[in-house]
Design a protein around this ligand. Structure first.
Ligand code: C5P
Length: 234
């Protein structure tokens, strides 16, 4: 791992600026990027991005846009103008929506990376079927990933369980962002398709999204260092 290009993204899932800044202060921007999601962005809005960017962190703005193409394209333009490093949309929004998002950010002065969420790692085959999706999990993830690539997305969000197959199908340049990361022995919480950091990297993941195993640890900075160490050793 290059220290100037941290491949771990820490999820700052907090409901206010004070808790978010306290948590972020435990990390070194050379060792991780930060992910700001629905909870913190809904509470604090764009101001929180600026606060954390000023501390040297690159931000993955994880708002998982899914709406009609025009609305998503406009939201992506606004997000890009906030100077974030990565944004995302739901692949279920379709080719036209993802293409509109891609076209919108291409016109911005600071083009973030655009990734599409395939199937959330909190889903398994049973609740996928309950949502009316009759394809197997693997077929569905592959189909969504191929749509995302065709639409010009830079990559996808997927489970590291699928990363090996996807890497072969989509080539070396397509970015695979993998949440549902659990160091051996840690609790899965609400995640269903979980993989260890080392296994995720070995399977071809580019970026690991990690939340609770680090942020709920007694010593979050040490927990992050331990994960870096385990990857380095492997
Ligand atoms: O590691 P942990 O389970 O705590 O990570 C949770 C974070 O990962 C949340 O911010 C959630 O929104 C995000 N996530 C994601 N895509 C998934 C699963 C979780 O972005 N498929």
């Amino acid at each position: 791992m290059s220290m100037s290009s941290p491949n771990i993204i820490i999820a700052i899932d907090k409901s206010n600026q004070s808790d978010a800044v306290k948590l972020a202060a435990m990390f070194d921007p050379k060792l991780c990027r930060l992910k700001i999601g629905l909870e913190l962005f809904t509470a604090e809005g764009p101001a929180i991005l600026e606060v954390l960017q000023k501390r040297g962190f690159e931000i993955f703005l994880d708002l998982k846009f899914h709406d009609i193409p025009t609305t998503v394209a406009r939201a992506c333009t606004v997000a890009a103008d906030m100077g974030v490093w990565m944004i995302n949309v739901h692949a279920l929004g379709g080719l036209e929506m993802m293409s509109a998002a891609r076209e919108a950010i291409t016109k911005t002065s600071h083009r973030p990376l655009l990734v599409a969420v395939t199937i959330l790692t909190s889903h398994n085959q049973k609740n996928l079927s309950a949502a009316g999706i009759t394809m197997s999990m693997e077929e569905c993830v592959i189909q969504y990933a191929q749509n995302a690539q065709q639409a010009g997305c830079d990559g996808i969000v997927c489970s590291a369980l699928e990363a090996g197959k996807l890497r072969k199908k989509l080539g070396d340049d397509f970015i695979l962002v993998t949440p549902g990361i659990r160091p051996d022995g840690s609790k899965p919480n609400d995640q269903k398709r979980v993989v260890s950091p080392v296994a995720a990297i070995t399977s071809g993941a580019n970026y690991l999204v990690i939340g609770r195993p680090v942020t709920d640890a007694d010593d979050p900075a040490q927990a992050l260092l331990n994960i870096h160490e385990s990857i380095k050793k492997a």
